[in-house]
Design a protein. Structure first.
Ligand code: ADP
Ligand code: MG
Length: 309
């Protein structure tokens, strides 16, 4: 099986065929049409086996996650995904692996009507690079630099689950079977918050997706916006699986520092009542991330990332 057979068998047959794709897989370049009133949002992320995921991760999950992390970046800008390219470096031609990998990738692609329009295949240590492209109505992107003093800070869903899932995948902790299933799925099949990102256009000021941990990623918003924040660590949304698996101080530490959650963190000028979001703090003028308990006691646990910058 050569490179072209792999493309034909695993990547060229797609259910999604978008009218804005003028030329898809098969030529030197793909040609696409961007709607007149929209801007193009472009992002790329690479996953390296043994670095970004444990080497024994199921191929389906690798396909799924490779796309999910890119869609998460689009979501954090408020963009609607449209097209992807895939650069795949494979150690060998393994039909079972390719079947599962492409199933995982296309399951998520179909959900958002995303078309794979090109890519590359090379031989080497397993590495997956996806570039994702999406649309944003003109000048409505949710930038990291747009937080304002007095904005409330929100996060989606729960934090720290993927980090505990990773400890479990690495056999550093053993968990109750139900929790293990849930936490591993949070690690291996993150849900990009695409719809939420779209809905936050015109409502949120700044947004970022949490890939390196809340403290580090909120730190990027603070730095780019030249503001500070007070975050109440006992307001962080924690799942039952996390709370029941570790002591509360460790749960808070995982929620603050753990990567791979791919939830959104955003700031908004007004209170938002929505069960999908939790308000965790407020943007301040002092250029630092101030971590407190709700009773105003300072948090003294471990923090990665940018407490001062
Ligand atoms: P070139 O030699 O011009 O770079 P290739 O021989 O690498 O082209 O690829 C042939 C066609 O298949 C191109 O249209 C390319 O975009 C597409 N392609 C290659 N690898 C992939 C992949 N992993 N997924 C989807 N399309 C791919
Ligand atoms: Mg090529």
């Amino acid at each position: 099986m050569n490179e072209f057979d792999i493309i034909a068998q695993f990547f060229a047959k797609q259910i999604v065929t978008r009218p804005d794709v003028i030329l898809g897989i098969g030529d030197d370049c793909a040609i696409v049409e961007v709607p007149a009133d929209q801007q193009l949002a472009i992002t790329t992320d690479t996953l390296v086996a043994g670095v970004h995921f444990p080497t024994d991760t199921p191929a389906f999950d690798i396909g799924y996650k490779s796309l999910a992390v890119n869609l998460s970046d689009l979501a954090a800008m408020g963009a609607t995904p449209a097209w992807i390219t895939l650069a795949l470096t494979l150690p060998e031609k393994n039909v079972r692996w390719l079947t599962e990998f492409s199933r995982g990738l296309f399951e998520l692609a179909q959900r958002y009507q995303i078309q794979l329009i090109g890519g590359d295949i090379t031989r080497g240590p397993l590495t997956i690079t996806i570039e994702a492209k999406g649309f944003i109505p003109k000048n409505q992107a949710l930038k990291r630099s747009a937080a304002k003093v007095g904005d409330l800070i929100y996060v989606t869903n729960t934090l720290g689950d993927a980090a505990l899932g990773l400890l479990c995948a690495e056999k550093k902790i053993s968990l109750q079977p139900d929790y293990q299933t849930y936490l591993l799925s949070r690690l291996n099949r993150p849900e990009p918050r695409v719809e939420i990102g779209e809905q936050l256009r015109g409502i949120a000021h700044a947004a970022i997706d949490i890939s390196d941990g809340l403290a580090a990623d909120l730190g990027h918003i603070l730095e780019k916006s030249q503001v500070g924040a007070t975050v109440y660590v006992d307001a962080l949304p924690l799942s039952e699986a996390l709370l029941r698996s570790v002591a509360t101080p460790q749960a808070i530490e995982l929620a603050l520092n753990g990567g791979d959650d791919y939830e959104l963190c955003f700031t908004a000028p007004k209170e938002i009542h929505d069960s999908r979001f939790t308000c965790i703090g407020i943007i301040t003028q002092t250029l630092r991330l101030n971590l407190l308990y709700k009773d105003e006691r300072p948090y003294s646990g471990k923090v990665n990332g940018y407490q001062h910058f």
